[in-house]
Design a protein around this ligand. Structure first.
Ligand code: SF4
Ligand code: SF4
Length: 151
């Protein structure tokens, strides 16, 4: 997959490494070694083939704060999404994420919460309705996730 079909490569050269994006990125709260500025620099210095091997690209939660703060308006979360799509096609998906997607395809939920109905009842809430598993599987298939994760 050509990631430059999904992110304008020339935008990488508009970055002047001011680090405003990295200074605003919430992912740094859990992984100080990560940063959107650093990701752009690695794409320029090492090429995207090297960057898609790096598990840190999965830390981005696509909140778009970086783009909002970027004086050059570089669509950084689009870059992260393109890098992750490319990584996924190469089989580089973090194990926990694969498990969550498999679970979503099988149960309609990405995690199992034990005694959920009891906890909801404790707070005066009705039980959750059944998840629309077949509809969710159709959506996952339309996004071609079934081509990279077996479910
Ligand atoms: S805020 Fe924009 S210009 Fe500054 S380092 Fe980040 S991407 Fe580059
Ligand atoms: S979109 Fe990703 S890289 Fe940008 S600030 Fe949010 S978490 Fe960080």
């Amino acid at each position: 997959m050509k990631i430059w079909n999904f992110f304008p490569r020339e935008a990488l050269y508009e970055c002047y490494q001011c680090a405003r994006c990295t200074g605003s990125c919430p992912a740094l709260e859990v992984a100080p070694a990560y940063g959107p500025r650093e990701t752009i620099l690695k794409c320029l210095n090492l090429g995207h083939e090297a960057v898609v091997q790096d598990e840190k690209i999965w830390l981005c939660c696509t909140c778009n704060v970086c783009e909002d703060r970027c004086p050059q308006k570089i669509p950084i979360s689009d870059l992260l999404v393109a890098l992750r799509n490319s990584a996924a096609r190469r089989g580089n998906i973090p194990g926990k994420l694969s498990i969550a997607i498999e679970l979503l395809a099988k149960t309609g939920r990405s995690m199992i919460v034990h005694q959920l109905d009891e906890m909801r009842a404790h707070h005066g809430l009705d039980p959750l309705p059944p998840a629309p598993v077949e509809e969710i599987r159709q959506i996952l298939k339309k996004t071609k996730l079934n081509e990279v994760i077996d479910f």
